[in-house]
Design a protein around this ligand. Structure first.
Ligand code: F6R
Length: 262
């Protein structure tokens, strides 16, 4: 695992975006794995600047979101389908027909999960997967005790996750944070060609410590990244504040002036 510690959230977003752009450019069938929440927003803004500079086109790039709430009415502003449309597809000029989000409004949710796995496989797999991390170490919505081999499925959201995400839901939205979601499994995520996880702020410091330097354990689902040969964790100083091997991470990064995914 590559661990990169940078001074602030802007630099985290810039390096993550440059890394992702390089991966997409190198691929003959580029597929971007999309995360929602606040952590990747800076990445999408930085990717937009790269697209505007002409160094990357997202027009033919496929996209798959990590997860979706169950039970929100179609078009709800906090449904991840809407968030992805607003924050990613439109600003980056992606083709909406090439971007999928799990169908949390399906009558048959299990069939929707199976379809999603099939669609990812038919696209040739995800080239580069963007990840945020929950304070409890979740990635996607794989809450603690999720199987390391799990595939896309229905999950119950942890109370801590529902509390953390309540900030996105206002009374005007007419819905509170749903209790359930569909999420790619840890096994699904580990199938991506490369993984780029970003974390900013002190609130993520313990999850980063446990996931990067602790044992691989379903209690800290992001520790599954240790099983992936091309996983990169890009964090700001605050999120890195509980790591022990900081000198090693800094030396490794400093030794690669033209840094990109190993
Ligand atoms: C959402 C997702 C989640 C978030 C995590 C952190 O698609 O995959 O794992 O990345 O809950 O959320 P923020 O970034 O809002 O702190």
């Amino acid at each position: 695992m590559e661990v990169v510690i940078l001074p602030d959230a802007d630099e985290v977003a810039d390096l993550a975006a440059r890394t992702i752009a390089a991966e997409l450019r190198r691929s003959e069938r580029p597929v971007i794995g999309l995360a929602t929440g606040s952590s990747p927003l800076g990445i999408y803004a930085a990717l937009r600047r790269i697209v505007q500079s002409g160094e990357l086109s997202m027009a033919g790039v496929r996209g798959f979101a990590l997860d979706e709430y169950v039970g929100l009415p179609e078009g709800h502003p906090e449904s991840y389908a809407e968030v992805i449309r607003r924050e990613v597809v439109e600003p980056l000029g992606m083709d909406p027909a090439l971007v999928r989000v799990p169908d949390g409004a399906a009558d048959d949710l299990e069939a929707a999960c199976a379809d999603y796995e099939t669609a990812i496989a038919q696209a040739g797999g995800v080239t580069v997967q963007i990840l945020g991390i929950g304070g409890n170490g979740h990635i996607g919505f794989n809450e603690p005790t999720s199987s390391l081999a799990s595939r896309t499925r229905i999950k119950t959201l942890a109370t801590a996750t529902r509390e953390a995400n309540a900030r996105f839901f206002t009374e005007a939205d007419g819905a509170s944070v749903p209790t359930h979601c569909l999420t790619q499994g840890l096994g699904t995520i580990l199938d991506a060609g490369s993984l780029v996880l970003v974390a900013q702020g002190e609130g993520k410091a313990e999850a980063i410590r446990q996931s990067v330097e602790g044992p691989v354990s379903s209690l800290w689902p992001a520790s599954a990244l240790q099983l992936h040969p091309r996983a990169t964790v890009i964090v700001d100083e605050a999120a890195a504040s509980r790591l022990e091997l900081v000198d090693y991470y800094r030396e490794t990064f400093a030794a690669k002036p033209d840094w990109q995914l190993a």
